[in-house]
Design a protein around this ligand. Structure first.
Ligand SMILES: C[S@@+](CC[C@H](N)C(=O)[O-])C[C@H]1O[C@@H](n2cnc3c(N)ncnc32)[C@H](O)[C@@H]1O
Length: 263
């Protein structure tokens, strides 16, 4: 594989997600039916459709698409994540997903091969999101639905920097959570017009979040302190607040969708 991500960055991806795979698959906040449905509803898969889920991870979106489409490709760079995805498919009796090891920047598929192209919670791991988006648009047929779902950073640059600092410390394979206007701009620059945007929050207790993380130098105490200190002035724009069970905070996320023009 020779991704647009640099070699060092791709090593960080594979290192993090090989370690995260089991915990990631078990994250109820990410894989609850109503959360996965935000992407599936935006993609509107039809029974005759071929769909592709870029950076499919442990497979919850690909499996949900597969229950409504003819066939699905789930593509990811990290074998340990794909192993979890295969297990999920077999537990759910989903037989129409082809799991492929690969790179979102350079897929082996012909132009216009898919009726649906999705990618969830991966763009903040990409050094060149516009190039990955161009690959989604390339493999999408005219009339196909294209959905990018990701967490995003505050429009306030200081709060965005604080959130990204916490996230890079928590998961060094994070490049940057971009802003919602940046994500919208991907669609507009690619000629897809203004996307439909569905916003939602994914919320965690800081202690649970830290317990399943693999932060820099294994320093969970520092990660917890970064989140707790953001309560003051909502310094990460993540709605962090104290509760009797400790600090709770949210990832701001959105599913953005558009149809590839026919002409
Ligand atoms: C946070 S996980 C999201 C997984 C899944 N999309 C979901 O929402 O549950 C990010 C995934 O992106 C994958 N990834 C990162 N860079 C990639 C690349 N260049 N090509 C393919 N997959 C990549 C990682 O291996 C990881 O599985």
């Amino acid at each position: 594989m020779s991704p647009a991500n640099t070699g060092a960055h791709q090593c960080a991806i594979e290192d993090q997600f090989s370690r995260q795979a089991v915990g990631f698959a078990a994250d109820r906040e990410l894989h609850a039916d109503d959360v996965v449905a935000l992407v599936v509803e935006a993609a509107r898969p039809q029974p005759h459709d071929a769909a592709i889920d870029f950076a499919c991870g442990t497979g919850s979106v690909a499996c949900a698409l597969a229950k409504r489409a003819r066939r699905v490709v789930g593509l990811d760079a990290t074998e340990a994540m794909l192993r979890q995805a295969r297990d999920l498919a077999s537990r759910e009796g989903v037989g129409n997903v082809e799991w492929r090891a690969g790179d979102v920047y350079r897929t082996p598929f012909a132009d216009a091969s898919f009726d649906v192209a999705t990618c969830r919670f991966a763009f903040h791991h990409l050094e060149d999101p516009a190039r990955a988006f161009a690959e989604m648009v390339r493999v999408a047929a005219p009339g196909a639905r294209i959905v990018v779902c990701d967490s995003f950073a505050s429009d306030d640059p200081q709060k965005a920097a604080a959130f990204n600092a916490m996230e890079r410390f928590r998961d060094p394979s994070t490049v940057e959570h971009r802003t919602l206007p940046f994500l919208r701009g991907l669609f507009e620059s690619a000629g897809l017009g203004a996307p439909v945007v569905r916003r939602f929050d994914v919320s965690y207790f800081a202690s649970d979040f830290v317990a399943k993380a693999f932060p820099l130098n294994g320093d969970g105490a520092r990660l917890l302190a970064m989140i707790e200190s953001s309560v003051e002035g909502d310094a990460m724009d993540a709605g962090a607040h104290w509760t009797p069970q400790g600090v709770r905070f949210s990832f701001r996320a959105a599913a953005l969708s558009a149809v590839k023009p026919l002409g």
